[in-house]
Write a protein that binds this ligand. Structure first.
Ligand code: RIB
Ligand code: CA
Length: 334
């Protein structure tokens, strides 16, 4: 089993990624490290613990991370996409008691960045870090431990849009937009890093009828994925990438696609080159990749390492794997 840490801002598609990671026999989910993004970090942390509880996972740590971006002023959270609570209105109104015997019942003593560093030092070269929110915690971990790139097996991030239009501005995808300085910093470092962005995630749409099937056949986990995704599907079908008169309501499984990359990288095609995130201005958060091999006239592009960016995907294979794992009832690791 591949040990992974999921750095996340749950988040409806984050919940899909968590459920998928727990259900996948090739993965051992060590921890959820949380970050602001789809909602504030108090809520994403609370959601992380609650989701683990509901999915029946008991051995996964939760470490709270950044509340704000590295450099820029915080932007509004994405509650209009994910619901006021970040998980489609499903967080219980009544007080909820977590399983007190589970690891996630109490927050880890370390904050997210420290947790990532300690975990990587404890198992050098073994852990894959999958970052599916703004990349602030990963940048903070790198600042704490400059050797992090050699201590991790690899880094996979969900974010960015290259040929595909952005989903918050014409240029920018949400995770890059929320902390472009962190994204740019990570792509400036030599490490095994892959970017799974909208160029592939918008090709793997999950239909409402698929989610109905997950809800009917996937036990408690499936029911929760079905319930949390209703608000999100509605957003996608009216304002997002799935809109269109003749289309069945659907949504993107963005963060779960980053998990899929870890278990089946051969389902994806990448381009590689020096990569940057535009830090500010009208194209803030835009992902740029040099695919032409320019002889650089400006130092913005000199001495940048190569980053792999996913541009094509066997969408049917990824979708089928995701749906089949989630329709196996009770797919969580106890
Ligand atoms: O653009 C999609 C990304 O933004 C996903 O990670 C989603 O959860 C939001 O954070
Ligand atoms: Ca996310």
């Amino acid at each position: 089993m591949k040990p992974i840490i999921l750095d996340t801002d749950p988040g409806v598609d984050d919940a899909m990624a968590i459920a998928y990671a727990l259900a996948h026999p090739k993965l051992e989910l060590l921890a959820l490290t949380t970050v602001f993004g789809n909602t504030n970090v108090d809520a994403t942390t609370r959601n992380a613990s609650w989701l683990l509880d509901r999915f029946g996972a008991r051995r996964v740590d939760v470490a709270r991370g950044a509340a704000t971006p590295l450099v820029q002023a915080p932007l509004p959270h994405s509650e209009f996409v994910h619901g006021a609570d970040g998980i489609g209105g499903c967080y219980p109104v009544e007080p909820y008691a977590l399983d007190s015997t589970a690891r996630h019942a109490s927050l880890h003593r370390l904050a997210a960045a420290e947790y990532i560093v300690e975990a990587a030092r404890a198992r050098p070269g073994e852990i894959t870090l999958i970052a599916v929110g703004p990349m602030t915690n990963v940048a903070a971990a790198l600042a704490l431990e400059p050797e992090l790139p050699s201590l991790l097996e690899s880094l996979v991030v969900m974010g960015g849009a290259l040929d595909e239009p952005g989903n918050v501005t014409p240029a920018a995808e949400a995770n890059f937009f929320n902390d472009p300085h962190a994204a740019d910093l990570l792509m400036g470092v030599e490490w095994p890093m892959t970017v799974v962005g909208l160029d592939v995630t918008h090709k793997i749409m999950i239909a409402d009828s698929d989610l109905d099937r997950v809800g009917a056949q996937g036990g408690e986990t499936g029911r929760l994925i079905r319930d949390t995704s209703r608000f999100y599907v509605d957003f996608y079908s009216t304002k997002g990438a799935a809109r269109g008169e003749d289309r069945e309501p659907a949504c993107a499984m963005h963060d779960a696609a980053a998990v899929a990359y870890v278990v089946m990288p051969d389902a994806f095609e990448t381009v590689s080159g020096p990569a940057r995130a535009v830090p500010d201005g009208m194209a803030a958060g835009q992902l740029l990749v040099d695919r032409a091999g320019y002889t650089y006239a400006t130092d913005h592009w000199q001495d940048r390492p190569s980053t792999a960016v996913c541009m094509a995907v066997d969408a049917e294979r990824v979708r089928d794997d995701f749906l089949s794992r989630l329709t196996v009832a009770g797919g969580a690791q106890a």
